[in-house]
Design a protein around this ligand. Sequence first.
Ligand code: ZN
Ligand code: ZN
Ligand code: ZN
Ligand code: ZN
Length: 227
Amino acid sequence: MARRKQSRGQCRYCGREMAKGGLIKHLSSCSQRQTVMTKANQKPGANQPLYHLRVQDAWGGAFWLDLEMNGSATLKDLDSYLRAIWLECCGHMSRFSIGGWRGDEFPMQTQDGQIFKPEVELTHIYDFGTSSETLIKVVGVREGQPTTAHPLALMARNAPPDVRCMECEQPASWLCMECQYEEDRPGMLCEQHVKKHPHENYGEPVPVVNSPRVGMCGYAGPAEPPY
Ligand SMILES: [Zn+2]
Ligand SMILES: [Zn+2]
Ligand SMILES: [Zn+2]
Ligand SMILES: [Zn+2]
């Protein structure tokens, strides 16, 4: 198996790509983001706390997001965003807590300003059967005006992981779940090899998209940011 490289991602303000570990620091000094923030702060209106969240898949470091969330937004807003960009397959239930399954659940109407403190880590669980778990950490807070009219702003996101076809090592864009579940093979397939792939007990192979839910409950994307 190939050695694991540190996941990379792109700053949505200036377009620079860098390692996951450097992006949080970059966002605090990115001059293009600075310009956007200064412009937002010149608008009339009251300041509010704005939280920098590092969101990541609980099972590995390959899928992550940097979000800025308004202090007046609610957990419901965050839930909707995570569903849209990563999770939604068939309208499963979800919950937020501190401390995973054992932690008390927070109501969806909770304003994030009520629970977010530096270093607090929330767990979001989507689908209580084939569950997707997401960790949400507050890595910074500033006072100011939101940079968009939405409750959240996407500041950075991981680049799609480099997945390769198990037959020929070319870039893969499909996943066969039967291979994964019953044959203990990776199940990744390129456009060529997916055509003659024999398995169908778990349905057709699903598209490989930029989401930690690929391979779960037939998730098929699109894994695009809603805004
Ligand atoms: Zn930047
Ligand atoms: Zn589902
Ligand atoms: Zn192939
Ligand atoms: Zn297969």
